[in-house]
Design a protein. Structure first.
Length: 238
């Protein structure tokens, strides 16, 4: 049995994204796809005293209507300093901020990557390390890709030896499951409902924020508030 997830890279994504990584045996970053504006590729939310705040990596988009995610370049190298200042301002009093401060400060202030995909990957790998996730990462660009969307996904599953393909619930609208069935590949959809609440900074609670919120607030116990971890895995992080 081999479980594969194929999806675009996101910037400091929410806990559900990391549950999908942890579920997979191989996680394929699908960054040969077209970059979409006002999406999760280059931005995410943090919690602040004044409500939710977007942290957005500025990228070059003018005249580049069909550029791929992995072709998208960062337009202002000072973004890291700006984001780190916002994170520090809003999370410095969180219970576990000091534990991870040096790790993220290094990523934000000394990151020299010019392409969005590479920046996302650095954050994904770092956060996976913190959470104890050791899933194998590969890039869609490592493979020869077919034109048809569904056939392309099936082919990637075949090339990686997948027996089970996991996808987000929104994919039900376009997924041709019969193509997977012909290749004896089972299709599964993540259920992102029912997450337990944890102690957040500031008033109110929201699930739809970056994983950084959970890490800074719950530290080694962060995986208790995720759905793909066992209690034993939590103990190993303590």
């Amino acid at each position: 049995m081999k479980k594969v997830v194929i999806t675009q890279s996101n910037y400091i994504p929410w806990k559900g994204y990391f549950d999908s990584i942890n579920t997979a045996d191989e996680f394929i970053l699908y960054d040969d796809m077209q970059y979409t504006r006002r999406d999760w590729r280059n931005r995410n939310k943090i919690k602040t005293r004044d409500g939710l705040k977007w942290l957005t990596i500025p990228v070059e988009v003018k005249g580049k209507y069909f550029q791929k995610i992995n072709e998208t370049k960062i337009s202002d190298r000072s973004w890291g300093k700006d984001h780190w200042n916002s994170i520090t301002h809003n999370y410095s009093k969180a219970p576990h901020f000091a534990r991870y401060k040096d790790i993220f400060e290094e990523l934000y202030l000394n990151n020299q990557e010019a392409y969005l995909s590479k920046v996302n990957f650095l954050f994904l790998k770092t956060i996976c390390g913190i959470l104890g996730i050791d899933t194998k990462f590969t890039w869609s660009g490592d493979f020869e890709l077919l034109e048809d969307r569904n056939e392309r996904l099936v082919d990637l599953c075949k090339k990686t030896g997948a027996t089970d393909y996991y996808s987000g619930p929104a994919a039900k609208a376009y997924m041709d499951e019969s193509l997977f069935e012909k290749e004896n590949i089972k299709v599964h959809y993540f259920d992102y409902s029912g997450y337990p609440e944890y102690t957040q900074q500031f008033e109110g609670f929201t699930h739809e924020v970056s994983i950084l919120d959970l890490i800074f607030n719950e530290g080694p116990m962060a995986t208790r508030y995720m759905k793909s971890f066992t209690h034993e895995a939590v103990k190993s992080l303590s």
